[in-house]
Write a protein that binds this ligand. Structure first.
Ligand code: PEP
Ligand code: MN
Length: 446
């Protein structure tokens, strides 16, 4: 480890770090960290700065953030089809929000690095056998065997390579023609006939086409329509990995976590005196922090003090995840006190994590109506306070899974077993994601 270079990125080591794996072999871990430190960056500091600027527009009320992707990415799902389907869904949602919501949309995937999961219990017991809980593919395997569940630091290298392969394809798709707005119909192929949300999208795509043809006829063909600005994000959970991928920017001497453009700190690891907040305070990436229903206004203000002492719009994004039944009661005080402090954070709604329940079948699921109701509550609160509902943070996939119940193309509790594929939390499928985008666009416009 280059002590001088990395000193700033390692100050977290003297503080308690929640949710870290118990690696059985510390020497193997040290070797992996040294190797990761020699790897090239996955993203560039300048790109992180650009995203911080885009999020600054969100914080000022001039743009809307769409952040979404898997709860947990999996190594065996790093395939062209899965990545394209996820991206396609996000691009379609982006088109709906931009056109129907009439607002610039900042697009950020929970992608290319979302491999680590905080868990409520350290172990899991089945049929009298107790093993370590699954903590994401970066740490251990999903299979319920002692071999799979033993944390293996070699997996941190696989996370890097899986993130790299994913990001490479994402960059190719978003800049190589696939994301050209003229492809607005192509993203919907194989979907239109089978689904009401696909048909609704097709009607919107025809309008976009007409608008493009109109501009073309007027003699303009803007470059902006040919590529899409798309950013990666993940939870900065395993600090050995994140700090091994922290580099000093040669332009400014500042530290950046080059494992992704934006990183966030989860609800379970945002202790004010803990290692995660310390780590995040040292890097210049845009930072998200999840805020659950027990967050006090004082906590929020201290987080601002620690993470955004300069009060720079775009630096800090608060991702609230209160639950549909709580948001209208809990959010107003946070927003009021933060606003009164003079800070300009971006407020984003994660309508997923406060609305999880276990169905009778044993599947962890979420109701589409609860998700929608939390977003509604989020808009209501911000509208009543005159602040900006800055965006949504959702768990989704481009595949036709059956993990959340409800939606226009309704999934029933009895359908959950059909395609329940998530390694962690239940995701909206493509049709439910599009439904949500249309409904959020309406809320934004109203
Ligand atoms: C997540 O985003 O998958 C997650 C674990 O969220 P939270 O920290 O809000 O519980
Ligand atoms: Mn999740």
């Amino acid at each position: 480890m280059n002590a001088e270079l990395h000193a700033g990125g390692n100050t977290w080591r003297s503080l308690p770090a929640a949710q870290q794996p118990e690696w059985p072999d510390q020497e193997a871990l040290r070797d992996v960290i040294a190797e990761l430190e020699s790897y090239p960056p996955l993203v560039f500091a300048g790109e992180c700065d650009q995203l911080r600027q885009r999020l600054g527009a969100v914080a000022r009320g001039e743009a809307f953030l769409l952040q979404g992707g898997d709860c947990a990415e999996a190594f065996d799902a790093v395939g062209a089809d899965q990545i394209r389907n996820k991206l396609k869904t996000l691009l379609q949602m982006g088109a709906v929000l931009t056109y129907a919501g009439q607002v610039p949309v900042v697009k950020v995937g929970r992608i290319a690095g979302q491999y680590s999961k905080p868990r409520s219990k350290p172990t899991e017991t089945r049929d009298g056998v107790t093993l370590p809980t699954y903590r994401g593919d970066s740490v251990n395997g999903f299979a319920f065997t002692p071999e799979a569940r033993t944390p293996d630091p070699q997996r941190l290298k696989r996370m890097y390579h899986a993130s790299s392969a994913t990001l490479n394809l994402v960059r190719a798709f978003t800049t190589g023609g696939y994301a050209d707005l003229r492809q607005v119909h192509a993203w919907n192929q194989d979907f239109v006939k089978s689904s009401p949300s696909g048909q609704r999208y097709e009607a919107l795509a025809r309008e976009i086409d007409r608008a493009l043809n109109f501009m073309n006829a007027c003699g303009t063909d803007p470059e902006e329509f040919k590529t899409v600005e798309f950013y990666s994000s993940h939870e900065a959970l395993i600090l050995d990995y994140e700090s091994a991928l922290t580099r000093t920017d040669s332009r400014t001497g500042n530290l950046y976590d080059v494992s992704g453009h934006m990183v966030w700190i989860g609800e379970r690891t945002r202790q004010l005196d803990g290692a995660h907040i310390e780590f995040a305070s040292k890097i210049r990436n845009p930072i998200g922090v999840k805020l659950g229903p027990t967050t006090s206004a004082e906590d929020a203000l201290t987080l601002i003090e620690r993470l955004d002492p300069e009060r720079e719009p775009g630096r800090l994004t608060f991702i609230t995840r209160m639950g549909a039944g709580k948001i209208r009661d809990h959010l107003p005080e946070l927003v009021e006190k933060v606003t009164a402090s003079g800070a300009q954070v971006a407020w984003i709604c994660d309508p997923m994590h406060g609305n999880t329940f276990e169905a009778a079948s044993g599947h962890k699921t979420r109701r589409f109506d609860d998700v929608l109701d939390e977003v509604k509550g989020f808009f209501e609160v911000h509208k009543s306070l005159g602040t900006h509902p800055g965006g949504i943070h959702v768990e989704l996939t481009g595949d036709d899974v059956t993990e959340c119940v409800g939606g226009g193309d309704e999934i029933f509790v009895d359908d959950l077993h059909q395609r329940y594929e998530t390694a962690c939390d239940p995701r909206l499928n493509r049709s439910q994601s599009l439904d949500l985008a249309f409904l959020v666009a309406e809320m934004y416009r109203d």
